[in-house]
Design a protein around this ligand. Structure first.
Ligand SMILES: *Cc1c(COP(=O)(O)O)cnc(C)c1O
Length: 345
């Protein structure tokens, strides 16, 4: 395994970060704050938020069972994805390897950062071959992207294959577990202590019902988190988001109820889809959505749009010809979708 220093971009390793007023004094005893050029009026929004979100991380730590120093919070997972490129990959020199098809942001962020993106096709069951992934790496491969449960296919990636990658690859392995709240498999965030170069992504946008507040999480060894902290914008998580996230993390029972309901709806919807004449196959899923192969994805998509129902057309995505991705909604929304499809001629 490489030393972290050999994986991080040299300019980032050497970087002296911006030191904000709130970094330099973060104690609790002071009561007169004349250090940050804030307006003394309009409490509480006059004050800069905690740059390291310490109170919020305590709650995340408790719920996710990851140590506070192993947590990075970002403006959505998207911030963490972009940071991974900016910290580890040198533009026009390094490359990354990723499963294909998967979440589109890994590729977009590679393009933005001018880093070569090497997609490695999954098999017909959307499963990954560790061997194929590793064969696509060379000495400039800094990061491997795995998403499990995967988007858009919904399935978990085989654990043994992921472990082979973790045990063999000497760079950074990212496992995006945006949908792990819907899965019964043990999440990889519990493996952080076994794999110092593992980064696990989580988000408040899916099971936690908070896509609007933009809060993503990266869990990793504290050395990696320290690098993210020095590169991120000083106040990347605003006060409103920190407060709202703390509120929902303090009352997680609601979330558990949502997940349970969505899982019940999942089996009902999948069974109903299998009965539809316009549906050829329903792929197994561990997420709050499923992928369905249809007779004519584009035609059905347009028909549904006319009815005011929007699903995701994945027809043009690798291995997803004629596939629609269906997110589970409320019981009523799911029934509207089914009834539209049943009445299609
Ligand atoms: C939805 C999704 C995310 C969430 O991104 P946010 O920026 O946190 O909203 C991350 N990864 C995958 C695979 C997703 O499908």
């Amino acid at each position: 395994m490489k030393a972290l220093k050999d994986l991080v971009r040299p300019n980032i390793w050497e970087l002296s970060p911006y030191s904000s007023a709130r970094d330099e004094y973060s104690g609790h005893t002071a009561h007169v704050f004349l250090d940050a050029n804030e307006n003394p009026y309009n409490h509480p929004f006059n004050r800069y938020p905690d740059p390291l979100q310490r109170e919020l991380k305590k709650l995340v730590s408790k719920r996710k069972r990851v140590k506070e120093e192993q947590i990075f919070l970002g403006n959505g997972s998207d911030e963490a994805i972009d940071l991974i490129y900016r910290c580890f990959t040198r533009p026009q020199i390094d490359n990354v390897v990723a499963i294909e098809p998967t979440y589109g942001m890994y590729h977009v962020c590679a393009d933005i950062n001018d880093v070569e993106y090497r997609p490695v096709m999954l098999d017909d069951h959307f499963q990954m071959s560790a061997k194929k992934m590793l064969e696509s790496c060379d000495r400039y491969t800094k990061v491997i992207w795995i998403c499990s449960p995967n988007n858009p296919s919904g399935n978990l990636i085989d654990r043994d294959e992921i472990e082979k990658v973790l045990n063999t690859f000497d760079g950074i392995v990212v496992i995006d577990e945006a949908y792990s709240d819907f899965s019964s498999q043990t999440p990889f965030r519990y493996e952080l202590n076994n794999y110092p170069h593992l980064i696990v992504l989580n988000t408040m946008s899916k099971a936690w019902g908070c896509a609007a507040i933009r809060l993503g999480m990266a869990f990793a060894d504290k050395e990696i988190i320290q690098i993210f902290n020095k590169v991120k914008y000083p106040y990347n998580i605003n006060q409103l988001t920190q407060e709202k996230a703390a509120e929902i993390l303090s009352a997680p029972f609601e979330v558990d109820k949502w997940v349970k309901t969505l899982l019940q709806e999942r089996s009902m919807m999948m069974a109903a889809f299998k009965m539809l004449p316009c549906c050829l196959h329903v792929y197994p899923t561990d997420a709050n959505f499923f992928l369905a192969k249809m007779t004519d994805a584009c035609g059905i998509y347009n028909y549904l749009v006319e009815k005011g129902i929007i699903v995701r057309n994945r027809h043009k995505v690798s291995l997803c010809g004629n596939c629609l991705r269906i997110t589970r909604g409320t019981k009523n929304e799911n029934e509207q979708l089914l009834s539209a499809l049943r009445n299609m001629n």
